[in-house]
Design a protein around this ligand. Structure first.
Ligand SMILES: Nc1ncnc2c1ncn2[C@@H]1O[C@H](COP(=O)(O)OP(=O)(O)OP(=O)(O)O)[C@@H](O)[C@H]1O
Length: 306
């Protein structure tokens, strides 16, 4: 129970739009869970419901077994970066954090500690309004860490970060998970989370599409495809289809074959005396697998916003 986020049939409707549709899942401590889905999939709405900022239409969500709203001094139980722009522009970074600390019964010394943790020590007294997007993200992460909570949630934390910032954030997330915390990180890009997540939750149109370890996802996604070239495409295609393979045209006259491995294709071609000019096994990247998994939902989203 400690540090777990539990969603049970969590649903939120806005008029005719179902932003989050019956999500049931558990986000566990000690690992980084990537929360993936195309734009508009319902990630932000879900995170807002976890924090009690949006009321579910039906279903429940608890943090460490209780509704977040019922927890006093919330920042000590869960910290979140939701919208990095949501800060008082006229305030200094330190003033922003000490105000938050005060409201949650946290000593102001902790504000300087977290500024150090996110590398903003030198900018502590600068007005937040002058901060770059990357600096705002760091400040938002500092705010999430303020209460030293067992549960941390970050909505699109990589936005606006340069490559060094991205690497730093990934390492921070890994460290926080290694300390035994629950780390739940949303993104619409697989590439941003695949280097730091242990587990993936994928949603599309508010519905759960996948909830599995990154390794399992990679194993499933990495189904090999064989690319081949032959001067006798038609004859080989028909022989491959006969043995249950799926064959489609690839770039420059090549064929992409799935369902049978390269060895079998080579043997089959030899048996039919069909020459092969190329026989290459290719595995899909995680990004490609993620795109394929959510393609239907992206099309839906594109149509819907037209
Ligand atoms: N306050 C609201 N009023 C009406 N519709 C909303 C509201 N909040 C979200 N929605 C709708 O709910 C759906 C899910 O939105 P949400 O922001 O949760 O998705 P998301 O996965 O976080 O997307 P993004 O990556 O673009 O932020 C969208 O269709 C959005 O338009």
């Amino acid at each position: 129970m400690h540090g777990m986020i539990e969603l049970d049939g969590l649903t939120r409707r806005y008029g005719r739009t179902t932003a989050v549709d019956g999500l049931t899942l558990t986000v566990r401590p000690g690992r980084v869970t990537g929360f993936l889905g195309p734009n508009g999939a319902g990630k932000s709405t879900t995170l807002r419901m976890v924090l009690g900022l949006t009321t579910p239409t039906s279903g429940t969500v608890t943090v460490a077994g209780v509704r977040f709203r019922d927890l006093a001094r919330g920042l000590r139980h869960a910290g979140a970066l939701l919208d990095a722009g949501d800060v008082h522009a006229g305030r200094s970074a330190r003033a922003h954090l000490t105000a938050l600390a005060r409201g949650n019964g946290i000593g102001s010394r902790r504000a300087d500690e977290v500024l150090g943790l996110v590398g903003l020590d030198d900018a502590a007294n600068r007005r937040v309004g002058r901060f770059s997007l990357g600096m705002r993200q760091r400040l938002g992460i500092a705010a999430a860490l303020l209460g030293d909570p067992p549960v941390l949630m970050f909505d699109e934390p990589f936005n606006g970060l340069d490559p060094e910032g991205v690497r730093w954030v990934r390492e921070l997330f890994r460290r926080l998970a290694a300390e035994g915390r629950t780390v739940f990180v949303s993104s619409h890009l697989m590439g941003e989370v695949e280097h730091c997540a242990d587990h993936l939750v994928v949603i599309g149109r508010g519905r759960l599409i996948a909830d599995e370890s990154l390794n399992d996802f990679a194993a499933r996604a990495g189904r090999a495809e064989v690319v081949l070239r032959t001067p006798e495409s038609a004859a080989l295609t028909s022989a491959l289809v006969d043995v249950g393979a799926d064959v489609r045209p690839d770039a420059d006259g090549a064929l992409a074959v799935s369902g049978v491995d390269a060895e079998r294709i080579g043997d089959l071609a030899l048996g039919l005396r069909i020459p092969l000019h190329q026989l290459t096994t290719r595995t899909a990247s995680l990004e490609e697998a993620f795109m394929a998994l959510t393609a239907a939902d992206v099309e839906y989203a594109a149509r819907r916003t037209r």
